[in-house]
Every structure is written in C-alpha cells, then in structure tokens.
Design a binder for this molecule. Structure first.
Ligand code: ADP
Length: 584
C-alpha cells in the first residue's frame, strides 16, 4: 500500500498509543478488581466480631498498651514505609483486625528481627504481626491460626544459569536472616552449606547482589518484592528451596484472651478482604510489566522519543516538500521565461532573416532601377561620342539622356524619401490646410498630362467649409495625392479619372477613381510595398514601384490609411483617410 510517509508515521503512533493505552486499560481493569474488593472490604468493615464479656473487658483494659513489634525488613509481609508507617500484608491484616475487634495496637520499632525476638522473650514485645510458628518460639509466644503462607526460594545473581536446588548450594556462601524460620530448617537439613547469617533480608540480598555471597535463601514474596521493585535488578530467583511455612500472628503466652480475640477476628475476615490485601502486595508479580514504574517510564520515553523523531521527520518532510514545490515552481517559471525568450529570439531571427531578405531584394531592386536610366544615359553618351552621328541625332540622344537623368533623379529622391521615413526621420509639419483647394490645384496641375493621355480628369469637393480648416502636413498630403493621381492617369488608357474629397466624421476621405486596368485582388496589399508592381502587359511605361510605398508611409506619418478597391464597372479606386486634426 502506498501511503504518504507522514501518514505512515501517524499510523505508527496511533498503533503505539493503542498498545500503551490498552496496557493501561488492562492495568485499570486489574485496578477495578482491587476497587471491587475494596468496596466489599468497606462493606465488611462494619461487621464487628462478637466478643464475650470477658474478652471485651480485656480489650478495654489493654487497649493502647498492646505492643506490636514489626520486623522492619520483612517486606512485603511487614516493614516501615518511607514515612515510618507500619506497612505490608501483616500491617493490613492488623488494621482489619483492629476494625473488627476494637483492639488498638501500639507499634514499637526495633532495629531487626533478632532484637524483636530478644525483647519478646524479655516481655517487652506483646505481639508479632507476622511470624512462623516453631517449637522454640512457642515457648514464649502463642500463635493464631495461620493467615499467610511463605515459600523459600534461592536467590542468586541473574547470571547464574540452570535451576538450583539446596543440594547445589553445598560449599557455597549462602545468606539467611538470623532468627528466621529458614535458619532453623537449613541448619538441620544442610550442614554443608556455609551460612552467612544476616540481620535482615535487605542486607542478604545486597550481599548477593554485590557478589559477597553466592546465594540467599529467602521467602519468595520477599525476594520477588525487592526484585520487582528493582532494588536489586541483577538478582533473580534461581530455584525453589522446597521449604514451605505458614505464618500467623503471635501473642505473648500469658495473653490467651488476645489470641482468642484475634482468631475470631481472623475468622471474620472475608475471602475478598484477604484477596484484596494479597492483590495489593503480591499481585504485582502477575502484572509485573504493567505495574512497573520503569515500564511506564520507558514506554513514555520511547513514545516521546519516537514522537519527537516522527515530528522531526514530518516537519522535515513538509519543509522538503515545500522547498521542492518552490523549486519546481521556480523552475517552471524559469522554463516559461526561457520559452518566451526563445520565442522572441526565434521571432527576432525570423525578423532578421526577413529584413535581411528584404534588404537584399531592396538593394537588388535599387540597383536595377538605377542601372536602367544609368545605362541609357551611358549608352546615349557613347553614341554622341561617335563621330558619324549627325547633329540631329546628337540632339535626340542628348534629350534622351536628360530624360534618363530626370528618371534617375526621381528614383534617387524616392529612395531617399523612403529610407528617411523608414528610419523615422520624416515628421509631419502640421498646419492649417484647405484640403478642397489643395485637391483642386493638384487636379489642375495634372490636367495637361491627363489631356495628353486622352483622359477626362475632374474633381468633386463636398463639405468644402469643413475641408477648409483641416490640420495636417500639406506637403506630405499633396505628395500622396500626386502619386495616386499620376498612377491613375498612368494605368488608364481611356475613360476618366476623378478625384473627390469629403468629411467622414472627424476624418477626411479622398478617393481617386479611374477606369483603367485595375489592380487584381491578390495585389491589393502588395502594391504598397517597395518595388512591388503588377506586371501589366498593356503598360509600356511604369515607374520603380516606390510611389505607393512612399504614399503608405506618409499616411502612417499623418496618422491615416490608404487602400485600393475595385472601381465599377472598370478600374480601381484609391482611398485615403486621415484625421481632420492631426495632433502636433
Ligand atoms: P510604379 O512606379 O510602378 O507606378 P507605384 O508604387 O506607384 O509604382 O505602383 C505600384 C504598382 O501598383 C504599379 O506598378 C501598378 O502595377 C499598380 N498600380 C498603381 N496604381 C494603379 C492604378 N491606378 N491602376 C492600376 N494599377 C495601379
């Protein structure tokens, strides 16, 4: 399955937390068990033991003066907690018994079990909270019925492999708490073991943990209590000692009343109350992992660590993604810009090659147009040089040379005009122009040529008033009118040429119509380019093909337009349209 990386991390964490919380829930369920027991406990707490009058009297007399001396290092059966409170399984039993019987014990502290035993023998201790009955102890103490059991185990360092039995301990240094029931049993059954009698279980376990002793025979509950609490994390239970003892509450021999009251109290303790106490102190073996503070701390560290790593990776991933996106966008932009630049370059190259092509054809045309009159001038000059030419002939040749010269001059003037306009040097010199007048005069000037060509040339002026106040460049305008009128006469063999001027909105419209050979449609645009001519068979004399190109450029300068249309029924109409007021 292809999931985004960040999603995988989230899934992983959901899973980790689910495991942790399910463990926690399990823990809570175990806790619930305690709570149920606790509730039942509370219910039963009210149930008092029915005492005889004699017993009640005894309680009244002795209450507060019953000295109970707990073993300070016999956890989880009995010990003093960090605040010095009497704690453990025995302590909980004593608390329950106090509630049920109305007894009140006063707790006395002694440094170790041996001292307690000595003090009991002297009559300074009245009660043992938890003790194993033995023949020797029964000389000075009475024992209630057993309420706890204890199994002996062999504790070694966790490196020791294989299950040990007491036989394996022969010749070894083995710690046993002095005065504890195991001492009596072991000394009798295993004389070959080197016993190290210690004052309490903690000292013995510490000796094994440090390697001073090889093993310790100790009660299983006690061993597991300390190992679970990880006071001695390098210890483990290497085998069972096959000893099993029952423990009870002991009272001084001369207090049988107390013994009877305590036995009644023990009878009144329900199974649930018993389980609640045992669960509280012993159950942690079953729920060891979940109860362990270290486990939860470790789980917390591991989870936090993983969360931190995932968060870092997630953030890193996001940042990486953002950087990649930004870079991609920048690259795209760069690519787009490159494409645009490339297109522009291509266009420039195309333009350059087009302009190169145009320049080449322009130069070829110029050279052709100049060569033609030049050749005729040169040719006639050479003829004049020849001696045989008569006077009349020489004069005729000279005439033709002058014509050629004039042609050449016109071409040169046109080329100069064109290049001036192309380089933007031609500027409109705006002034008030009477367009009607200008059209009329131009027409009159052309009359002789038209007449010579056998053509009827006439003009029409509309809106003459409006046409009086036109503001444009009169010289440029006249040049355009001249060119199109000359062409109209030149390309018309019979019929008429007419020119009209009128106002169309804020524009002046001048039309030159002829009944001549006309301009084929496909040439309608081309004829306005330099040297572009329609090859008319019927036309003997045409110019250099610059007249209309110049006219179009002039119209650009005066902000106008020029185009050609078909004349009905024959010929063509050249139209110019330019603003009434050209801004300076
Ligand atoms: P040219 O010196 O050849 O007359 P122009 O630039 O003035 O050069 O005209 C370009 C071409 O347009 C001419 O060669 C001709 O073929 C065509 N032309 C221009 N005016 C007319 C017209 N009134 N009737 C027919 N053809 C025309």
């Amino acid at each position: 399955m292809n999931l985004p990386a960040s999603f995988k991390y989230i899934l992983f964490f959901v899973f980790t937390f689910a495991v942790c919380f399910s463990s926690a829930a399990q823990k809570r369920r175990i806790g619930d068990l305690f709570n149920v027991n606790k509730e039942q406990n509370e219910m039963l707490q009210g149930k008092r033991v029915i005492l005889t009058n004699q017993e009640r009297e005894w309680v009244e007399i002795h209450n507060g003066a019953i000295r109970l001396a707990p073993d300070p290092a016999f956890a989880p059966f009995e010990f003093f907690d960090e605040e010095g409170n009497y704690s453990g399984i025995g302590a909980d039993y004593i608390a329950l018994l106090q509630d049920k019987t109305g007894l009140e014990f006063s707790i006395v502290q002694y440094k170790d079990w041996n001292t307690i035993v000595e003090e009991a023998k002297k009559g300074n201790v009245d009660v043992f909270g938890v003790a194993t009955p033995s023949v020797e102890r029964e000389e000075y103490m009475l024992f209630t019925k057993p309420h706890l059991t204890m199994k002996a185990v062999i504790v070694t360092q966790s490196g020791v492999s294989g299950e040990l039995t007491l036989d394996d301990l022969k010749g070894m240094n083995v710690c046993v708490v002095e005065g504890y029931v195991w001492q009596e049993m072991l000394e009798n059954d295993y004389p070959d073991i080197h016993f190290d009698f210690v004052s309490n279980s903690v000292v013995g376990l510490r000796k094994v943990s440090l390697g001073v002793a090889d093993a310790m025979v100790v009660s299983m509950s006690l061993a597991s209590y300390y190992i679970d609490k990880e006071v001695y994390s390098n210890l483990w239970i290497a085998g069972e000692a096959e000893y099993y003892v029952e423990m009870a509450i002991a009272v001084r021999r001369d207090w049988p009343e107390l013994l009877s009251i305590l036995n009644k109290g023990l009878d009144a303790i329900s199974r649930n109350e018993e389980l609640a106490i045992k669960n509280k102190w012993l159950f942690h073996r079953e729920v060891k992992l979940l109860e362990s503070r270290q486990f939860w701390l470790l789980a917390l560290y591991v989870t936090s660590g993983l969360l931190l790593i995932a968060l870092t990776m997630w953030t890193f991933n996001r940042r990486l993604k953002r950087i990649v996106n930004e870079k991609t966008a920048a690259l795209k932009k760069e690519k787009e810009q490159l494409r645009i630049t490339n297109d522009k370059l291509l266009q420039a190259v195309e333009k350059a090659s087009e302009s190169d092509r145009l320049t080449k054809s322009f130069l070829a045309n110029i050279s052709h147009e100049i060569r033609t009159p030049m050749n005729s001038i040169m040719g006639f000059a050479q003829l004049i040089e020849i001696d045989q030419a008569t006077e009349v002939e020489r004069r005729h040749y000279a005439n033709l040379m002058v014509k050629g010269g004039q042609q050449l001059l016109t071409i040169l003037d046109n080329i100069i005009d064109l290049s001036k306009m192309d380089s933007g040097l031609t500027k409109a010199w705006v002034q008030k122009v009477n367009v009607g007048q200008l059209v009329k005069e131009t027409c009159e000037l052309m009359q002789p040529i038209a007449k010579k060509a056998g053509l009827d040339l006439h003009y029409s002026i509309y809106d003459s008033e409006g046409l009086e106040r036109v503001k444009t460049d009169p010289i440029l305008l006249q040049q355009v009118i001249n060119n199109i009128l000359t062409n109209a006469i030149k390309y018309t063999h019979e019929g008429e040429v007419s020119i009209s001027a009128k106002l169309v909105g804020k524009k002046v419209r001048i039309e030159v119509a002829d009944t001549g050979i006309g301009v084929p449609k496909e040439f309608n645009e081309g004829i306005f380019e330099p040297f572009q001519q329609v090859k008319h068979r019927s036309v003997i004399e045409s110019g250099a093909g610059l007249g209309l190109a110049i006219a179009k450029r002039i119209m650009d300068v005066i902000n106008g337009k020029i185009w050609v249309e078909e004349n009905q029924p024959q010929g063509s109409v050249f139209i110019i349209l330019f603003p009434v007021r050209l801004k300076k």
